[in-house]
Design a protein around this ligand. Structure first.
Ligand code: NAP
Ligand code: MG
Length: 496
């Protein structure tokens, strides 16, 4: 066995040791407890379809208890009066804890979600960076002084919102939990996290590691459970001050309706159908390699994935051929094998949904260039699928598939690329590939999306804001803008 294989197997064994410790529970007020109903649900490994463990299933009674705990923790001096510098130290400690457990956390994520170990390691490493980035923000949540005639002093304070409900999807749970926790905590809030029931284990393990730091009990609460019960109860709860939701646009709209109960603040990170635009003057080979990476990475279960590849007419056939060649080298298989590039999809339901688009694309006249072979054996695997000569109005080009399916769409010129690129209800991310610097900047200005790239795709930095135009969301996470999303301002006048 190679060293890489040994390391992967050691990480897997460590993860299984933790998983096999027994049923996982809810974290409420610093205690790990069973659900009030006594119910549990199964956690399945999507690569083998086998049971990993059972997890306590939170519902509205547990949400009530967590809200009380989170409110108490929010008001307790141990958290409310903690100096920003002490908060920085806590977040740095959490970052250190994650860093010390990268391989174990990554292996838990791979077992639970199915993503390849190398992808999971990248996600856990990003989680470390996120905590370190927000650790620095604790002491920089600044108010302002307002100019006056000297007879008054007017200033503002930026204060935390209170109890934040956070609902995350299953696609990259460790990253989602990290951004939600770090962002909220650095501003002085307390949190109740509801991970997706399909992949909740790293949220639980992360919370255990956080419990080993000096964070007061009740500041972080974790309620694994289903969306329709635990998630909805959190969104509707009058004792919750904010909901930060990441997930589908359809459920995002439901969250907004539920949040009207007490007009809690809402931020939404929703779906996407990103245009990735290649002009004929681009570095074609780099553009192709990256195009494949973005639609195949995490088996396409990424909200910002570049799923609509717009290619200038003169190079369409050449690019389609090369994309199909490169996609064929993206090996599907065991998430712990060193040469695996794509693991399974999260569930049988998701696999069947993705598979249905193969038929839909062909029915509408798109040409299948790669993929389409059914997987035999256990696991919810799907090989990369490439359609070319797609029209932007087709279902496969309009709907978020959330699987490794690419639509290659020809375009004429700059104007056409922008027109077609923006012809979508989504607006999360976009990219342009060209050696013409003026064109690059003109096109990114014209594309309606929250995060854009020039001559790259998918790279991230905790300081770079992320969020949607149009139906891809409300508000921003990451970077300075997210500090505003977890605080509110108070203005004060003093008559001198
Ligand atoms: P989803 O069905 O919307 O679920 C997301 C989360 O919401 C899960 O925890 C789910 O719980 C919960 N939920 C479901 N119904 C709910 C309800 N009525 N009230 C409250 N919570 C509810 O999305 P998904 O299928 O898990 O994830 C894929 C979607 O997430 C894609 O559309 C993708 O684009 C989007 N996404 C967006 C971003 C971003 O940052 N913009 C990042 C990643 C993913 P259960 O699943 O446990 O029932
Ligand atoms: Mg799972």
């Amino acid at each position: 066995m190679t060293t890489a294989t040994n390391t992967a197997q050691a990480a897997r064994a460590k993860a299984l040791e933790w998983i096999n410790l027994g049923s996982k529970r809810l974290l409420i007020g610093g205690e790990w407890i069973g659900a009030a109903s006594g119910k549990t649900f199964e956690v399945i490994n999507p690569a083998t379809e086998q049971l990993l463990c059972r997890v306590a299933e939170a519902d509205s009674a547990d949400v009530d208890a967590a809200v009380i705990a989170a409110r108490r923790a929010f008001e307790a001096p141990s958290w409310a009066a903690m100096s920003p510098h002490a908060r920085t130290r806590v977040l740095l400690k959490i970052a250190d804890k994650i860093e010390q457990h990268i391989d174990e956390l990554a292996a838990i994520e791979s077992l639970d979600n199915g993503m390849p170990l190398w992808f999971a390691q990248g996600a856990v490493t990003a989680a470390v960076d996120i905590f370190r980035y927000y650790a620095g923000w604790c002491s920089k949540v600044l108010g302002t002084t307002v100019p006056s005639d000297g007879s008054t002093l007017i200033y503002t304070l930026r204060e935390p919102l209170g109890v934040c409900g956070q609902i995350i999807p299953w696609n990259v749970p460790i990253l989602m939990a990290a951004i939600k926790f770090a962002n909220a905590l650095c501003c002085g809030n307390t949190v109740i996290l509801k991970p997706a029931e399909l992949a909740c284990l790293t949220s639980i393990r992360l919370a255990e590691l956080i419990q080993e730091t000096d964070l007061p009990p009740g500041v972080v609460n974790v309620l694994p459970g289903f969306g329709a019960t635990a998630g909805a109860a959190l969104a509707q709860h009058p004792g919750v001050d904010k909901i930060a939701f990441t997930g589908s646009t359809a459920i995002g709209k439901q969250i907004v309706r539920d949040a009207t109960s007490n007009l809690k603040k809402v931020t939404l990170e929703l779906g996407g159908k990103a245009p990735n635009v290649i002009f004929a003057d681009a570095d074609i080979e780099r553009a192709v390699q990256t195009a494949v990476k973005t639609f195949c990475g995490n088996s396409g279960q990424v909200c910002s994935a570049g799923t609509r590849l717009f290619v200038q007419e003169s190079i369409h056939d050449q690019v389609a051929e090369r994309v199909a060649q490169v996609a064929a080298t993206w090996k599907v298989g065991d998430p712990f094998a060193a040469d695996t590039r794509l693991g399974p999809l999260i569930s049988a339901k998701q696999r069947d949904r993705v598979w249905s688009y193969l038929g839909a694309g062909q029915d509408e006249g798109a040409l299948l260039r790669a993929g389409g072979n059914a997987w035999t054996g256990p696991g919810y695997f799907v090989e990369p699928v490439v359609f070319h000569n797609v029209r932007n109005g087709m279902k496969i080009a309009q709907e978020e598939i959330f699987g490794p399916v690419l639509s290659i769409i020809p375009f004429k010129d700059e104007e056409d690329a922008v027109l077609q690129g923006n012809d979508t209800t989504y607006g999360l991310s976009a990219a342009v590939w060209t050696r013409n610097i003026s064109r690059a900047h003109k096109v990114v200005r014209a594309l309606k999306a929250g995060r854009l790239w020039i001559n790259t795709f998918g790279e991230s930095d905790p300081a770079m804001a992320f969020g949607g135009y149009k139906q891809s969301g409300w508000g921003r996470e990451f970077g300075q803008e997210s500090i505003e999303a977890y605080t509110q301002s108070k203005s004060i006048m003093v008559r001198l």
